[in-house]
Structures are given as structure tokens and as C-alpha cells.
Design a protein around this ligand. Structure first.
Ligand code: SF4
Ligand code: SF4
Length: 450
């Protein structure tokens, strides 16, 4: 859809400015061009031919986090993030698509095995300190202009992917009837591998079987960059896999993937055949946060630790290895936990109370709400790789709020947020450790042993 076709939605903005208070970019910069009202004025300028399509539009179009906070604060619910994403698509048509994106979206994300190889090459370069080697391979540079500044966000990368250990297949569970499909997002598959292992173990406790799907990327990265063509290719591959899988539910532990999978109808709005298929699949899709709340997963009575399939040679990139040495689990009776709501969970899917229910149901855990817990952390997928300084300003605000909680652990449900939050904690010298919500049960078992 063109910017012009969105005129009615854009024109709904009455310039009241209520979005200013909620926009992390505006709060970080104070610039009108960074807030919904300013961005919508720009789109209107394009429609009214006061603004030309050219490279200068890149910054105002791509500096939006897509967090959706402005819409929540807007009486008319103007969907600025969607309108901006749409405009990015036209930007690429009129101004040109970047070759780096083609490599990533067309040659890596559709093929999990290639992605695993690329991640492994990047890990070799990164972990050995030979980043230049990995850069020379082009495996890191594709991720954005600010990569030299942002390279330190991830300390080390796991040498083995989740699906390198747990191959796509059907595994028996301890439940009696539910057949679960596990959608493995790219971030969990190649970076937050431990979160993937924890999710897999949680799902096996409930399901009669768990099928690790051979899905590819959900399509959110190309969609965020306005690349509809590659988004469709990825979504079609996944829809075929979903349609063929003999499962009752499809669960993912990445809230960004979950949100986007639930929104596939946006991608195929003009394709009745795919819309009919999406209609059938949509009721099966769940974010693992919803699933854990629904099934009220509690620590095992016998305390038996589930063996993590990917523990062997795995370096935990979010530095939250569960052991007393690192000080997560100590002799205190309660572990204080707080929660960061990923944008794609809280605004993308309306998930908020579920995460609190899960955490509050866990014995020995004291939940402490963080101020602005639903504000974007500045991660926004690969945002820090393209807008490092802005991303850090948004992150610093999140860290100030985290510090005020004095929490031992910060829990969330998006692998990209985990990377960003872990970096923020290191940057601010805090002691808090970051966990995926699926990992908490294991953490509490360890706490019982101390
Ligand atoms: S709150 Fe909504 S209507 Fe008001 S200025 Fe922002 S986008 Fe426009
Ligand atoms: S989506 Fe987020 S970053 Fe973009 S204009 Fe709205 S509040 Fe600001």
C-alpha cells in the first residue's frame, strides 16, 4: 500500500500532541521529527507533494522504533508505526533497496541451516576476538551502519544453535493429549539458545508431544524494513509448515515472532487463498507467556532438573548462567524479580498480566513492578545496529528504572530485548541478571539447592 493510499489514516492526526509523552525517541531527543505527530506530518507532506522521495527521508522513516506507544496514547488510535513501516516499503521502491538487506532477507533468513552456518562463522570470529575476520566474511556488517559501535552489545555468541542440538522432529512429552508445535525464532535459535532449551523442556511437561518445527524466520525483520516481497516468501514457507504439522497449538518463545505470526493477515491482505489458510491457523498460535499462564506451570515437586539439550559447549550470551558464583542465587530467602514487557507482547498482543501471573505463582520469587515496564528498551530488533546513540538513550532510561527496583533478575520474553537489556546492565554496572520467562522455573530449582 502506498503512503497516498493511507491518506485517511494519516489525516486522522489532529496534532494534539498527546503522543509526545509516550514516545521514547521524542523523550530522548526532544525533536518533533521523532514523534508520531512529526512523522505523520512528513507523510502528509509526501502525499501533498511538498516533500520528495529521496535519501534524506531515510532518517525520519527509519528512526522510529515501531514500538506503538504513540498509538496507545492517541485518542484516535492513529497506527503510526504501521504507517511508517508502509512508507518504508515505498521508500525502497522509489529510492532503492540496500544490498545488505537483500543478502540477509533473501539468502539467510529463509534457510535455517544457512543462518546457523552464518551465526557459527560470526561466533568463531566474535568469540576468538577476530571480529575483523567475521566482518571480512560479511557476516556482521550486514546488520547495520552502526555495527562498529554496536559490536560490543553481544559479548560472545553460542557455537551451536538450538536446532543444531534439537533437530526438527516430534519428541514425546509428559502430557496426555496436547500436540504442541514449537516455532523456533531466529534469535532463540542462534543467540538465546538456553532460552530455547528451557522453553522446550517447559513445553514437554504439558504436551503429549512437542514438534520442533523446521520453520524459517517469521518475516518480521524484512517487514520492519518495508520489504514486503521477502516477508511474503518467509511467511509462505511458514504457513506451509504450519498447515502440514500435526499439532493442536503452535507456540513460540519470542514475543516478536508471536506478534508477527498472529498478524500474517496484514501481509496477505489482498490474497484470499492465504487469508483462508491464516484464518484456520491463527487460533493455534500462542506466545509462550500466554501458554505458561494458561497452564500455570509450577516448579516440579521432585525438583528434578530437566537436562538442557544445548548446555554442552554453549556460552550463555546474556550472562545469566544459573550458579551461585555469579550471584544470581544466593542465601537470601527471596529472589526479587521484575519484568520488561516487549513492545510486541504488550502492545502487539495485549499480553501484560499473564507474565505477572506466572512470576507471582513461583514460590520463593518476589515480584516488584518496574516503572515504565512497558516502554521500549531501544532494542527494536536491530535498531541499535543502525541507530546506536538513540538506542542507548532509550536504553539508559530503562536502566534507571531497573536500578530503582534493585531486582536480582529481570525477566522478559523477547531474545532481542534480552540482548539489549543485558548490554544496558553491563553499561550501567548493575548486578541484575536477565532471563527469559521460560528459564525461571530452572532458576528457582537452583535456588532451592543453595
Ligand atoms: S496523539 Fe495521535 S492525533 Fe494527537 S498528535 Fe499524536 S498521532 Fe496525532
Ligand atoms: S512507534 Fe514508538 S518510536 Fe515510533 S513514533 Fe510511535 S512512540 Fe515514537
Amino acid at each position: 500500500m502506498t503512503v497516498t493510499a493511507n491518506y485517511d489514516a494519516i489525516a486522522k492526526c489532529n496534532k494534539c500532541g498527546f503522543c509526545h509523552v509516550a514516545c521514547p525517541i521524542f523523550r530522548a531527543t526532544g525533536h518533533e521529527s521523532g514523534v508520531a505527530r512529526g512523522r505523520l506530518a512528513l507523510l502528509r507532506g509526501i502525499i501533498e507533494k511538498r516533500v520528495d522521495w529521496n535519501e534524506e527521508l531515510s532518517e525520519p522513516l527509519f528512526s522510529c522504533l515501531g514500538c506503538g506507544a504513540c498509538t496507545t496514547n492517541c485518542a484516535g488510535a492513529v497506527p503510526t508505526a504501521d504507517l511508517i513501516l508502509n512508507a518504508r516499503s515505498e521508500f525502497y521502491e522509489k529510492v532503492g533497496k540496500k544490498p545488505a538487506h537483500r543478502l540477509l532477507f533473501e539468502h539467510l533468513l529463509p534457510y535455517p541451516k544457512r543462518l546457523h552456518l552464518a551465526a557459527r562463522a560470526a561466533a568463531v570470529g566474535k568469540n576468538s576476538g577476530a571480529s575483523k575476520f567475521a566482518k571480512a566474511l560479511g557476516m556482521l556488517r550486514i546488520f547495520g551502519r552502526d555495527l562498529p559501535k554496536a559490536e560490543g552489545i553481544v559479548d560472545k555468541l553460542p557455537m551451536k544453535s538450538f536446532r543444531g542440538d534439537v533437530k526438527p522432529d516430534t519428541y514425546p512429552g509428559q502430557g496426555d493429549k496436547l500436540k504442541i508445535g514449537y516455532f523456533v525464532g531466529c534469535g532463540v535459535d542462534v543467540i538465546q539458545v538456553k532460552a530455547g532449551s528451557a522453553s522446550f523442556e517447559e513445553l514437554k511437561k504439558v504436551g503429549k508431544s512437542v514438534t520442533v518445527l523446521s520453520n524459517c524466520c517469521c518475516g518480521l525483520p524484512p517487514w520492519s524494513y518495508g520489504d514486503i516481497e521477502n516477508t511474503k516468501k518467509l511467511a509462505l514457507k511458514n504457513l506451509k509448515i504450519f498447515a502440514e504439522a500435526d499439532v493442536d497449538v503452535i507456540i513460540t518463545d519470542c514475543s516478536s515472532c508471536a506478534s508477527f505470526l498472529k498478524e500474517y493477515k496484514k501481509v496477505f491482505h489482498d490474497d484470499p487463498e492465504q487469508l483462508a489458510l491464516i484464518e484456520k491457523i491463527r487460533p493455534k498460535l500462542r506466545d509462550i507467556v500466554e501458554f505458561l499462564a494458561e497452564h500455570n506451570v509450577q516448579p516440579n515437586a521432585d525438583g528434578a532438573a530437566a537436562e538442557s539439550a544445548a548446555d554442552s559447549d554453549y556460552y550463555d550470551p546474556h550472562a545469566a548462567k544459573i550458579d551461585s558464583e555469579k550471584g544470581v542465587v544466593d542465601s537470601r530467602k527471596k529472589i526479587v524479580a521484575t519484568y520488561h514487557d516487549p513492545c510486541h507482547a504488550v502492545r502487539g498482543q495485549g499480553i501484560k498480566s499473564e507474565s505477572r501471573e506466572v512470576l507471582k505463582s513461583i514460590p520463593g520469587l518476589e515480584f516488584k513492578e518496574m516503572k515504565e515496564s512497558d516502554w521500549c528498551c531501544g532494542g527494536a530488533g536491530s535498531y541499535a545496529l543502525t541507530h546506536y546513540d538513540l538506542s542507548m538513550k532509550v536504553l539508559d532510561r530503562k536502566m534507571r528504572n531497573l536500578k530503582a527496583t534493585d531486582a536480582d533478575i529481570l525477566v522478559t520474553s523477547c531474545p532481542a530485548c534480552m540482548i539489549q537489556l543485558t548490554f544496558g546492565i553491563k553499561r550501567h554496572g548493575l548486578k541484575t541478571k536477565v532471563f527469559h520467562i521460560a528459564e525461571i522455573e530452572e532458576l528457582m530449582k537452583e535456588s532451592e539447592k543453595v
